[in-house]
Design a protein around this ligand. Sequence first.
Ligand code: SF4
Length: 694
Amino acid sequence: IIRLGQPEHSVITTCAYCGVGCAFKAEMKGNEVVNMTPWKDGKANEGHSCVKGRFAWGYATHKDRILKPMIRSKITDPWQEVSWDEAIQHTASEFRRLQANYGRDSIGGITSSRCTNEETYLVQKLVRAAFGNNNVDTCARVCHSPTGYGLKQTLGESAGTQTFKSVEKADVIMVIGANPTDGHPVFASRMKKRIREGAKLIVVDPRRIDMVKSPHVQAQHHLPLRPGTNVAMVTAMAHVIVTENLIAEDFVAERCDLKSFGEWREFVARPENSPEAVAAATGVAAADVRAAARLYARAGNAAIYYGLGVTEHSQGSTMVMGIANLAMATGNVGREGVGVNPLRGQNNVQGSCDMGSFPHELPGYRHVSDSTARSSFEAAWGVEISPEPGLRIPNMFDAALSGGFKGLYCEGEDIVQSDPNTQHVAAAMLAMECVVVQDLFLNETAKYAHVFLPGSSFLEKDGTFTNAERRISRVRKVMPAKAGLADWEVTVKLAQALGYPMAYRNPGEIMEEIAALTPTFRGVSYRKLDELGSIQWPCNDDAPEGTPTMHIDRFVRGKGKFIITQYVATDEKVTRKFPLLLTTGRILSQYNVGAQTRRTENNQWHSEDRLEIHPHDAQERGIQTDDWVGIQSRAGETVLRAEVSERMQPGVVYTTFHFPESGANVITTDNSDWATNCPEYKVTAVQVMPVMQP
Ligand code: SF4
């Protein structure tokens, strides 16, 4: 524990990094944090934290914070500090000019999973009510949008099914495309404890992550599949379950749609879907797939936890549905110890989706074409809402390049660093006439901005975050907004400057409006959150204290629906020119694009991104650990230092993406999920060669 003095008072709040959503006690002396202690009564973390959360306050008080609004006419001009009023009036007048010249749909907004529910709700309201279109999207587009789509199709609700605590009842844990030790450390500890107590572990991942074999846990089965072959793998597991009569017949008969089940059973039983038939594509021995499928299906309670290694593929949504199929077929839904559990990368991915920051959905996942849902918002907001979905983030970039999209309000998201194919994103930014960035720092996106509005850190926010287990927790302000206005106040003032009468006295009033208009949040209030500590939605008259486990007696959609998961190989093929596959992930001490963690103590433990490469591939190229290597893909090229590692399989290389200078997304491509446009970050064909130090 680092203590910078004796605290005078403390405030309970929520970590602003990953989707575990740990509760912390911020110990304060005046307006200064002297320590952050994990809160023992926090239901998501029970008094634990990781090295990211412990030091998070470092970035909030960092000298790089921009605390004055700034404007400039061209991105080559120097920034000019202005008052809040001037910056907001300037933004409003630029947006109105663009709409007058290029049409109502020529502007849009992007919000972030780092924003609170209340802030996100306001951004989508700003776009729908003040901009007058549905051009709003969230960074969940590039991470878990396939989860939202896939789980809604199969189970009926775009969310994980369990509590974190539920893992304590699991007999078999299957981790697919996730690295909980680095990405979700506090929950990883909970999983490992259960494994040490006797639960069996299956890991499906191209890389030999820590959980495969460490001093603490060892997996019974590691299926090190080739990147891009998830759907072949999950369908092969289903083949084993169907052909070896491991179906939970009673559960399926009672709870599932039998027509879709019959079609799915016939499909997965085909010989071409057997583990033997797909072994050449997946690279995994059929016997291992069969053994893992049997272990999962025969368990008393089997739980699946998955991450971006599932969603960030051209078949991300198909894979999510494949996972739901497995759980339904084996009866592993609707009680503790089982379920389908997405591990959300960012603190409020779940909430940003719940709050309607999608171009096709209003808060509560109701499609904009649903006239009943639309009319309730129209009555409350006093505007008409278009029944047509707006532009997704990649569509905004494409529209900017073809001349139809000219202005962007971007709150809390560094799209230039975090979205794939940086060259394409940068060209789109250059094509816009007014880019407004609201953030803590002058990030990569701000290089293309005409207006910079200072954001507020989690320590300056009042509101709520919703974690990966649907748990809504309070974020409490421990110090005044350093730039004078909190993020929600900026959005309100912008709406007013645009002529829309948005008005709230505090974020609690925003939550009251959310609860009134969103059936799954109807019983949520700050008073109840203070009483209960946190609430898992749905929370309404049927479940006044929330819903820890979903789909207990029936699926939200009624009968669980099986979906055919036809494997389609990605377009991103290896060739003689690009013979290796690059995949990406995170490391314990850094968080996403690193804008926050690079400005904390965490930087001392991991100060650069590296390329992990198997000894065989390294030897072929004359590469040793610490050598500089050039990585070239069809999209671009970058330079990193190498780390020769047995964690990799031959033919596959890996890097993290925490540093802008490494430019991981300079080399990722435009391929994306067929249903949601979530980018295929996890599969890029590359060549790697030694180079001189840059
Ligand atoms: Fe908890 Fe995640 Fe924050 Fe770590 S980063 S303290 S696991 S919420």
